[in-house]
Design a protein around this ligand. Structure first.
Ligand code: NI
Length: 187
């Protein structure tokens, strides 16, 4: 395993559509996921997409930390999981704003409207079909990570750029409120 360099906003690899993976069970995909996992742990992330490590393939890994789970039926804590060639559909037109950060946009946070409930499908590393419904933070993290596969970073999804700021400043301004912990949490 290896810790990989992370592409930052401005890198062309983050702007292009990533390629479909012909065989999710291929050994190189397993190696890629292991390296993504090690990289994510090293930088305390909650999710990472292959383009963020300069690999333009449709592969993401993510977790739903217990600290972020809303406890909703479709937003339970989730160990780190990998998904290949994911597709997503909103199950409601309703969106809700929430704080996001990104390993490719270090040091910043902003509020992003995301669909409250989605269904997603893709493949696991053993080739098994994964199909899930997600709400709350689970829905948010998959929308964020899957966007990376289409060359989209969260600032492009923001509708109110006045919330964009440096995490230390936002955290200081929110000190003493529950929001401070959310701001300080994983990218
Ligand atoms: Ni990101």
């Amino acid at each position: 395993m290896a810790i990989l360099p992370i592409a930052r906003m401005g890198q062309p690899v983050l702007k292009r559509r990533a390629d479909e993976v012909p065989d999710p069970t291929a050994p190189e995909i397993r190696t890629l996921v292991a390296d993504m996992f090690e990289t994510m742990l090293a930088v305390n992330g909650a999710g990472i997409a292959a383009p963020q490590v300069f690999v333009p393939k449709r592969v993401v890994i993510f977790t739903v930390p217990a600290s972020r789970s809303t406890g909703d039926e479709y937003d339970q804590p989730q160990e780190v999981m990998a998904i290949v060639n994911p597709v997503i559909e909103p199950l409601t037109e309703e969106t809700e704003p929430g704080w996001e950060g990104c390993l490719s946009v270090p040091g910043l946070r902003g509020t992003v409207p995301r669909f409250k409930k989605v269904r997603y499908r893709g493949y696991g590393l053993d080739g098994e079909l994964i199909e899930r419904v997600a709400s709350g933070w689970h829905a948010r993290v998959v929308q964020h990570e899957f966007d990376h596969l289409d060359g989209i970073l969260y600032p492009q999804r923001m509708t109110d750029l006045t919330s964009l700021g440096y995490v230390e400043e936002l955290e200081a301004a929110a000190r003493g409120t529950p929001e401070a912990a959310i701001l300080a949490a994983e990218d």
